[in-house]
Each structure stands twice: as C-alpha cells, then as structure tokens.
Design a protein around this ligand. Structure first.
Ligand SMILES: [Zn+2]
Ligand SMILES: [Zn+2]
Length: 234
C-alpha cells in the first residue's frame, strides 16, 4: 500500500512484517519511510559511551555531570531512567513539529516503538506528569499523554499539579532555588509498587526527581522514568 511519509512527505510503500502478524502485539502501520526512520537513532548501550543512568552521550567516565549532581542529593533509586532515542537532528525536528507546532498527527511516528516498550514494562503502572495550567493552555494538549492515548497504553492520573501558589516573579531568589514540590498525589488513584513515569523529553530531570520524591514518600518501592529522548543542554 502506498503511503505519504509523515516526515519527508514522499510516497513510500508500506510493508508488513510477518513476525508482527504472528505476534500478539498490536500492529501500527508504518507512517515514516525507511530513510526517515533510519535517521531516528536508538540509544544503544553497547555502542557509544553514554551515561549509565540517563543514556546521555559523554566523553569519559560512566555518568554525566547532571546525574553526578543528582547523586549528591538523592540515592541511585532516583536515577532509574531510560531514553529510547538520541536527541539528534531528526528527533529534534520531530519534537518541534509535534510538541511546539502542535502537529498531533506526528504522534503516529512513535506508536510502534511505544508499543514495544509497553510490552517490555507492562508490569509497571504507567503515569504521566501533569502540565501546569499555563502550558496546557498554550499547547492545548499534554504531549506525553496524547502519545499514550494514541498508542492505547493504559495510564493513571496519579499526580495533580498544585504549583506553589506564588507567581515566579514574586518569589525571592531563595524560594526559586529551593526544591519545590509542584505535585500532589491524587488520593482517588490506586498506587502500585512499581511505577513508570513516561515523559516526552528528559531535560534537566528536575520535575521527574520531584515526582519520584513524592512517590517514594508514599511507599512506592520502585519508580523508573522512560522518555523518548534525553535532551542535550549544551
Ligand atoms: Zn520520509
Ligand atoms: Zn546522566
């Protein structure tokens, strides 16, 4: 069947893999041509020198500067983080179209890979981070949530956004630097022992750390985070 590639717009022929037909997994039709797909680069733990915690490429050692910083504040239970792709040019163009330009059709590009990860981590309770009312108003959707909905991956709304009741500009410097807890637990939701927080991009990890802190304080044993990619800040 001919299909227009969601990334380069060229027409390509969709193929069906026999393995997929025999497996019990849901099949997501190819929406990206082979050439565009090959430009998304999977984090390969064996191929490159990457941080053992967040899969960020590093020059030397076994962990990146960000993770070394987190390890001074938290134990390594907090650093269970997996990234699916490298944040390369192809990924960056995709996230700009999807998240910042609001082209929600682009979600389809990630559904097959998300389905694979859902099978890998199906014993986990998947949750997302709630958006602040401001970013929800700007975007009109929560990018991570929309991906899970499209991939038909069940998730729980375990966290509520509470903010801290103060506008950023009204805070003094110390208040801004303090590790504030922007979330609260949704008391109506059931809490499992193993939790997976899914997010689109891992940047500084600050919000994920706060969410994990809250969950650990409420008796969660194991909490990992999974993101499509790990952003490069420099
Ligand atoms: Zn293409
Ligand atoms: Zn790291």
């Amino acid at each position: 069947m001919n299909q227009k590639c969601l990334r380069c717009q060229l027409v390509f022929e969709q193929t069906i893999k026999w393995n997929d037909l025999w497996s019990l997994k849901r099949i997501f039709p190819e929406v990206v041509c082979e050439k565009c797909q090959s430009q998304f680069e999977r984090c390969d733990v064996s191929q490159q020198i990457i941080c053992r915690y967040c899969q960020h490429p590093i020059e030397q050692g076994d962990s990146c500067l960000d993770c070394q910083h987190w390890l001074k504040l938290y134990d390594d239970n907090y650093l269970q983080q997996e990234s699916i792709y490298y944040y390369n040019a192809a990924f960056q163009e995709w996230i700009i179209d999807y998240k910042y330009h609001g082209d929600t059709r682009q979600a389809a590009v990630m559904l097959a890979i998300l389905n694979d990860y859902y099978h890998k981590y199906k014993d986990y309770q998947w949750i997302i981070l709630p958006s602040s009312p401001k970013s929800l108003q700007q975007r009109g959707f929560i990018p991570a949530e929309y991906l899970l909905q499209q991939a038909k991956i069940p998730y729980t709304l375990l966290l509520n956004y509470k903010g801290d009741g103060k506008k950023q500009a009204k805070k003094n410097k110390q208040e801004r630097l303090a590790l504030e807890q922007p979330f609260e637990l949704n008391l109506k939701a059931k809490l499992s022992k193993n939790i997976l927080i899914f997010d689109d991009v891992y940047t500084t990890g600050t919000t994920l750390m706060r969410a994990k802190q809250l969950l650990f304080q409420h008796g969660v044993n194991h909490c990992m985070s999974l993101t499509l990619a790990r952003d490069l800040l420099v």
